[in-house]
Design a protein around this ligand. Structure first.
Ligand code: SF4
Length: 436
């Protein structure tokens, strides 16, 4: 019988849980240091008691930066088997979390399959599922209906839920008077806004927050406080709507911690490069160091078809400045539901951002693999280079498709006979350099 409710409760009671032991080992960190971070809310271990096959990970700015992959079926792409293949591919490629954003069909069997077969953290956005679950129009749903869906997801073993608790009736006036260029671009945020507009009632996720906290405490579901007002374009970045919501997310973080419920805070959005560090600093201050989960940030609005790159640039800068968790973005962002290739490109871009930030932040051992790669490059040891590569499949395919002339097979076809590495190795060992 466990004598604690959540990982945070255990940490505060001085109990070392099996999940803490596993995460501490993965992070090369003394377990008691990790326990202290979880107790303070500066790190979370999203581990629903009903997600039995979970291989736990920690999320926090002192830990390795983690990445999330959004998947799930929609009305236009509704094959759950294809979606499950994408999930397993994403896990193989190193995603630490999968968010199931399914918005079509019977979502529960897929969700239950995820929490019974998938070893990474599973997240959901219950407000999306509410309309699907009840098969009723948004305006007919009651606050209790929304809360019941959160309970359902908690029972199904979901490790973290995005809840748009931070927008209130005041936000409706702000959005109307402030005249943002792109209003609200958060899917969940727009649903909550629409429900409030149609019913005239307060945001149920805000009004019944204490009831939600009871559910999350019981199953140890981490709340990811959604940023409904995240900027959808550079012009809206760091504006009154965004910051006003962030202040409320800070208050809600404190209330969750008082219930021993773990919290992450979601962040922007589209943000100019020069505003990212300030955004991270403001979040860490207002939300008292709760792990920051960023959606991008996208550093320009015009890279349609290439937004995995835009997000990786922003994500690297954000993580270097304190973000703990990056939501991947694929080349299909703003255009379509991603296919398998888009998912692959998005994951690699996000992994590059996370890894680059970990090196810059001085995460212990983060650069070791880069040093191994450099030794392999100097030695022109291609097999070892592929072993160190973030995406060995692509690297190998490129080299194989354009291989060098036979007598220079240790080089590559970029410089061929003029291979600087080869020339230097020979020069330094006193060998003759036969370029021609
Ligand atoms: S040929 Fe040029 S690019 Fe290729 S390994 Fe040698 S120095 Fe590097």
């Amino acid at each position: 019988m466990m004598n604690y409710t959540t990982q945070m409760d255990a940490a505060r009671k001085g109990i070392l849980t099996p999940q803490m032991e596993t995460v501490a080992k993965k992070e090369n960190m003394p377990v008691d240091k990790l326990r202290g971070l979880v107790a303070e809310g500066k790190a979370v271990i999203c581990a629903n008691k009903n997600h039995k096959c979970l291989d736990p990970e920690g999320i926090g700015s002192m830990l390795r930066t983690k990445i999330n992959v959004n998947l799930g079926v929609s009305r236009d792409c509704k094959d759950y088997d294809i979606e499950m293949q994408k999930v397993m591919k994403a896990v193989d490629m190193g995603a630490e979390a999968i968010m199931d954003l399914s918005s079509h069909g019977n979502t529960q069997p897929f969700r239950q399959r995820l929490t019974s077969e998938c070893p990474v953290m599973i997240g959901t956005v219950p407000v999306y599922d509410s309309v699907i679950h009840y098969q009723r129009d948004l305006s007919t749903l009651t606050a209790k209906d929304f809360i019941d869906v959160i309970r359902l997801h908690a029972e199904d073993g979901v490790d973290f839920v995005t809840l748009h608790c931070g927008i209130t009736r005041k936000t409706i006036d702000q959005i109307r008077t402030h005249k943002r260029k792109t209003n609200i671009v958060s899917r969940g945020g727009s649903l909550v806004f629409a429900w409030m507009s149609m019913t005239g009632e307060e945001n149920p996720f805000y009004e019944y927050y204490d009831e939600i906290l009871d559910i999350c405490e019981k199953y140890d579901v981490t709340i990811s406080l959604g940023d409904a007002c995240r900027p959808g374009c550079l012009a809206d970045a760091t504006d009154v709507c965004q910051i006003e919501e962030l202040v409320r997310l800070g208050e809600l973080t404190k209330r969750a911690w008082d219930h021993n419920v773990q919290v992450m805070v979601e962040g922007p959005g589209h943000v100019p490069l020069d505003q990212i560090a300030a955004n991270m600093k403001i979040q860490q201050t207002i939300c008292m160091g709760a792990p920051f989960y960023v959606l991008g940030p996208l550093v320009t609005d015009i890279a349609m078809g290439h937004d995995h790159i835009t997000a990786a640039i922003g994500g690297a800068v954000a993580a270097m400045n304190g973000a703990a968790f990056l939501c991947y973005v694929t080349p299909a962002e703003h255009l379509a539901l991603p296919d398998v290739d888009d998912v692959r490109e998005g994951i690699i871009a996000s992994k590059i951002a996370a890894h680059s930030a970990d090196i810059a932040k001085g995460i212990q051992g983060a650069r070791d693999i880069d040093d191994r790669m450099s030794d392999a490059r100097r030695n022109l040891d291609w097999d070892e280079q592929f072993r160190c590569a973030l995406d060995p499949e692509k690297a190998k395919a490129i080299r194989d498709s354009r291989s060098p002339e036979e007598d220079h097979s240790d080089t590559c076809s970029m410089c061929g006979k003029f291979c600087a590495v080869r020339s230097m190795n020979k020069a330094l060992s006193g060998e003759y350099i036969d370029i021609l």
